[in-house]
Design a protein around this ligand. Structure first.
Ligand code: ATP
Ligand code: MG
Length: 570
């Protein structure tokens, strides 16, 4: 491609609402343009890169024997009603006005409906089905450019198995394919244990890219290899335990103390022996929840522990009705109603505790949870903190922000049961198909690569994703010699299937061309100028390292290929 023929609308000015580097650089490099909130057009340069990522994904999915589908994005809403997900997705799902159709935010239901009709026997499985297609989600806060948009490309695959061991194998196979995909894309990534939502179990992992701008938070220790999404991360924080003296619980006035810190300060208490009470509404039922000291309640853990669809903190008016007191004075003794009580596992069997008296301005001390509270269950409900001992080796946890680029998930029989997708085993017995679901956000691969690989001048593409491999900069296209040499290199590179862009503009300065080349960031630049041509040479610059070398014109193509090979390995 020649710059004079190409549609390459690079930008100097960046819209002020674009704060993430990848978002800014994708706009500046003319890869994408905003059409509406969370809706992006991919322009030719961006689409070339997107297609590279898609091809890598396709090759690795094919390599594990997965078969490619192309499913409709327009779905009859009744398919979604079968699993109750029309309601579960709520506003996140786009509905077609006055028509019983939705735009698919994912495709479990469609896959299950196909499986229901055609997969009848254990002999029909295992199957692995995938597609690379548009998804639609009415994200409430689209931001960060293509990292969270309302229409995006997903590779989604689904495994169908007759046994749970089969599901384990399908899951492992996908995990390996995912490792290869992100490695080939040159991404620096890590894998974390993730929440399986209300379904429990450990069959869910996310592929993450560390980034300060990420919306996910993970806890990890590089030495032990422990890594988990904060939604499920645990640590070896010791239990609060028991003290020897165990006198009866005693009410005392705390008019000035509403927070744990105020209690600790005013009465010289041990923070973790203050049992903080929170009231949550869990799928419409209230729960009183106790946490040790300032431990943070983790809503994802709460949701998973109770198998709930939705959890929310109670409103102030609800607090009073249920407990008889305002926030800050709530506790296990003298509750106004019989609200069910649960607690974080650190508080199991603990005594010598201080908690609210369900009367504003009063607390109880010497509370023994085994004696004085009606706790029905203890769960791990707390959010781990930076520096706490990791659960594997007790080494300090690092808490980092990250962007989720992929997710693998053992679905089990949730969808097959809901939709009646069953098969017959060897003995003619009927079972629901055992499923897995595996997603990759394709645009996120590009954006995360740019987050990790750029400098102040622009993008630094890995050859695997680069829209073009070589950028030829003809310094003075007006000069017949320069034009001839540049055209010659251009033709020979193209002949070797190297993807090449030739800056053949006559109306812009050399400096302008250099800046554009660094902004677009293709791995290798070839500068053709009069001075070097006198010696029969051109200059080659590696975008990533800035290293330059003078190379004989005849050798430019071979040298470019060598350098691209080296960069691809890095
Ligand atoms: P998130 O928690 O970031 O919203 P998710 O858990 O909803 O993601 P999945 O339903 O597992 O995501 O989708 C699979 C993959 O699709 C994700 O790992 C992510 O890479 C990508 N993805 C999800 N939502 C978006 C979006 N709005 N824009 C771009 N990519 C997305
Ligand atoms: Mg989401």
């Amino acid at each position: 491609m020649r710059v004079t023929k190409a549609f390459l609308p690079t930008l100097k000015e960046i819209p002020s609402d674009a704060t993430m580097i990848s978002h800014r650089l994708m706009l500046r490099a003319g890869m994408i343009r905003l059409l509406g909130a969370g809706i992006y057009s991919f322009l030719p340069l961006g689409y070339r890169a997107l297609k590279k990522a898609i091809q890598i994904i396709r090759e690795e999915m094919d390599a594990i024997g997965a078969q490619e589908f192309h499913l409709p994005a327009l779905n009859p809403v009744e398919v979604w009603d079968e699993t109750g997900r029309t309601e579960a997705f709520g506003d996140t799902m786009f509905h077609i006005k006055n028509r019983p159709y939705v735009l698919a935010p994912t495709h479990e239901e469609i896959i299950t409906s196909i499986a229901r009709s055609f997969v009848k026997s254990y002999k029909d499985m295992p199957q692995a089905w995938y597609q690379i297609q548009e998804k639609f989600r009415n994200e409430p806060r689209p931001r960060s450019g293509v990292i969270r948009s309302r229409q995006f490309t997903m590779k989604d695959s689904y495994s169908l198995d007759a046994t749970w061991e089969g599901l384990d194998q399908s899951y492992e196979m996908h995990s390996r394919a995912y490792h290869r995909i992100y490695q080939r894309c040159g991404l620096n990534f890590f894998v974390v244990g993730a929440s399986s939502g209300a379904m429990g179990g450990t069959g869910s992992q996310e592929f993450m890219v560390e980034s300060d701008a990420g919306e996910d938070v993970c806890a990890m220790n590089d030495e032990s290899g422990y890594a988990a999404n904060l939604e499920v991360a645990t640590s070896r924080v010791p239990p609060v335990g028991r003290v020897e003296e165990n006198p009866p619980a005693e009410k005392f006035a705390t008019p000035e103390a509403r927070t744990i810190d105020e209690l600790v300060e005013q009465f010289g208490l041990v923070e973790e022996r203050c049992a903080k009470a929170l009231v949550y509404i869990v799928d419409n039922s209230p729960y009183l929840i106790f946490m040790a000291g300032n431990d943070q309640l983790n809503e994802s853990k709460l949701q998973a522990a109770l198998g709930a669809n939705e959890v929310r903190p109670a409103r102030d008016d609800e607090l009073g009705e249920l407990t008889g007191a305002d926030a800050g004075s709530i506790g296990p003794i003298n509750l106004k109603t019989n609200v069910p009580q649960i607690a974080d596992q650190r508080l199991e069997h603990a005594n010598g505790l201080v908690s609210g008296a369900n009367e504003n301005g009063y607390h109880f001390r010497n509370i023994d949870f085994d004696r004085d509270a009606k706790i029905t269950a203890y769960y791990d409900l707390r959010t781990v903190q930076e520096g706490e001992p990791d659960p594997l080796g007790g080494r300090p946890l690092r808490v980092v922000r990250a962007i989720e680029v992929g997710h693998i998930f053992k679905l089990g029989t949730k969808y097959s049961e809901a939709m009646g997708a069953t098969f017959l085993d060897e003995n003619g017995k009927t079972h629901p198909i055992i499923m897995g679901s595996y997603g990759i956000g394709v645009e996120r691969i590009l954006a995360c690569h740019i987050e990790q690989s750029h400098d102040e001048k622009g993008i630094i593409w890995h050859p695997a994703l680069a829209p073009y491999h070589v950028h030829i900069i003809a310094l003075k296209m007006q000069s017949a010699e320069v034009a001839a040499a540049a055209e010659d290199i251009y033709a020979r590179l193209a002949g070797e299937n190297v993807e090449v862009l030739l800056d053949d503009r006559t109306n812009v300065s050399a400096g302008f061309k250099f800046n554009d080349a660094d902004l677009l960031g293709f791995p290798v630049q070839v500068v053709v100028g009069e001075r070097n041509l006198k010696d029969g040479k051109a200059e080659i610059k590696v975008r990533k390292t800035g290293e330059r070398e003078k190379v004989r014109i005849e050798e430019v193509v071979t040298r470019c290929q060598e350098l691209l090979g080296e960069l691809a390995q890095a």
